[in-house]
Every structure is written in C-alpha cells, then in structure tokens.
Design a protein around this ligand. Structure first.
Ligand code: DGP
Length: 120
C-alpha cells in the first residue's frame, strides 16, 4: 500500500492538527491517543513516512529503527508504566484492523489489561 501523505498522523507531524505530545526527537514523535483504552494510552510514531511495521522493518534505516524502539522504552519508563507493566501493540494491515496508515506503536498500561487477543 503506498503511503498516504494526508493520513491523520502525517497531519500531526506537519503540525496541521494538534496533539498532546509526550516525547520527540529527530526520528520519533510520541503523543496521547485521542480515544484512550487504558489509563495510559500513548502512541509512538516514526517521523519517516512508513505505513506500518512491515514497511518500516523492510525500509527504515538502522538509526530510525533504533530511535523508534528506544523511544518506546523511554516513554514507558517516563510515564511510570514500566514499573507496573504495560503492553505494546502495533496493528499492521487489513486483518489487524489498522485504522491510521502511518506506523504507530500503542503503549497501554495503568491497569490489568486482560487477555492479549479477544476470542474470535
Ligand atoms: P490503529 O487502529 O492501530 O490504527 O489505531 C489508531 C489510533 O489512533 C486509535 O487508537 C485512535 C488514535 N487516533 C485517531 N485519530 C487521532 C488523532 O487525531 N489524534 C490522536 N492523538 N489519536 C488519534
């Protein structure tokens, strides 16, 4: 799937729409999810134009990948969920139900999260 430069996270990266920013560096932006599903629900996105984890792991430079995953750990520690435990989710493609076609990792925590995958 080609990258859609008008997806909502691309607009956030351009500053066209606001976000509740948690962290930023040269390669990464992190902000709170608009529809939180746990007391802590934060998104981490690369600044590069990658549609999903498949695109990113195939095409991103090593320094982009390192920055992305280091940011996930950093944010989880800074937000206090590393101590109590958290879950990361990255929906990728049609079967996952991915809604926004710009790679993002959800960090969820602050309560017991239950089963990893709902029964079909
Ligand atoms: P996914 O289904 O994995 O593509 O998750 C997309 C998430 O993005 C969903 O939890 C809601 C969140 N979201 C959608 N639009 C916005 C927005 O404009 N701002 C923020 N902060 N989050 C958004």
């Amino acid at each position: 799937m080609p990258y859609d430069p008008d997806n909502i996270f691309a607009k956030i990266l351009r500053g066209d729409i606001p976000c509740d920013k948690v962290y930023e560096d040269d390669h990464v932006l992190s902000f709170r999810d608009l529809h939180p599903q746990a007391p802590t629900h934060i998104l981490v996105i690369p600044k590069g134009a990658y549609t999903d984890m498949d695109d990113f792991t195939a095409n991103a430079a090593p320094e982009e990948m390192a920055a992305f995953f280091k940011a996930v750990g950093h944010v989880a520690r800074e937000e206090g969920v590393a101590e109590t435990g958290y879950r990361i989710i990255s929906n990728c493609g049609v079967n996952s139900g991915q809604e926004v076609p710009h790679l993002h990792i959800h960090i969820l925590g602050g309560r017991k999260l239950g089963r990893m995958v709902a029964a079909a």
